[in-house]
Design a protein around this ligand. Structure first.
Ligand SMILES: *Cc1c(COP(=O)(O)O)cnc(C)c1O
Length: 230
């Protein structure tokens, strides 16, 4: 009953017209809600917590594409590498190295998005431009010998705007991320970047106007969450 089907169909149509992918953010929501959207054709779902994802994943169809969108601790990576579709929240070199290692053990190449810090709030994770620069340079230098992370594919960037009613600020932040995306895409290490994940329930339209091609929507589809989680 919690799933808003009308809203889902409306959003789906809006995104299709703009060639953007919908990731339905199902954190804190029951398996039954996910099944409802699955029945309507939704296949991409996003979760923030490893434990919660591990509880839900085995109960749901195997062709769901699971996106990890929360802060990921290195010691939990190996629990999700066998099935995760896209890790959107890679925020450190250390985490990249661990994903690479665990992906190798699972004999996979895992798609990752680098989380970029665009919001003014200090609490949000992610790379800043100088650290992206450093990462890409290192990557490009070492690739003269061999790819340092052969089990990872950098598929793009993800970012979250400041939680504010000031839409102009939100717009500026998304625009800044779009510019970084275009810039790093041209780099040798950015050759496989084609996903720009930005936009949530409150700001996805602004994000799409600024060039997003993947939005992560939770509360508009599933209703408000019980607690004010991440
Ligand atoms: C929770 C969450 C979302 C979805 O937020 P809503 O406002 O409910 O749409 C999107 N992205 C991330 C990273 C999240 O943690």
């Amino acid at each position: 009953m919690a799933v808003d089907k009308t809203q889902f169909l409306r959003i789906q149509q809006y995104l299709r017209a703009r060639n953007a992918t919908l990731v339905a953010v199902s954190k804190t929501k029951p398996v039954a809600d996910i099944e409802e959207l699955y029945q309507l054709g939704q296949r991409d779902f996003g979760e923030n917590y490893v434990q919660e994802l591990l509880e839900k994943q085995p109960l749901l169809p195997k062709n769901i594409r699971w996106h990890f969108i929360g802060h990921l601790q290195t010691n939990k990576v190996k629990q999700i590498t066998s099935f995760i579709h896209l890790i959107q929240s890679v925020d450190s070199l250390k985490l990249l190295a661990e994903i690479n290692k665990q992906a190798k053990n699972s004999d996979r190449v895992i798609d990752c998005l680098l989380q970029v810090h665009i919001a003014r709030e200090e609490t949000k994770f992610g790379f800043e431009e100088p650290s992206l620069e450093e990462l890409f340079s290192r990557w490009e230098q070492s690739s003269f010998i061999s790819d340092p992370f052969p089990h990872i594919r950098i598929a793009g960037f993800m970012g979250m705007a400041t939680f504010t009613r000031n839409l102009q600020q939100v717009k500026n932040e998304f625009n800044a991320l779009k510019e970084l995306f275009e810039k790093f895409k041209l780099r040798k290490a950015g050759a496989s970047m084609n996903i720009l994940s930005m936009g949530m329930s409150d700001d996805y339209k602004v994000a799409l106007e600024q060039g997003s091609n993947m939005v992560r929507i939770g509360s508009l589809l599933f209703g408000k969450r019980e607690y004010s989680g991440q």
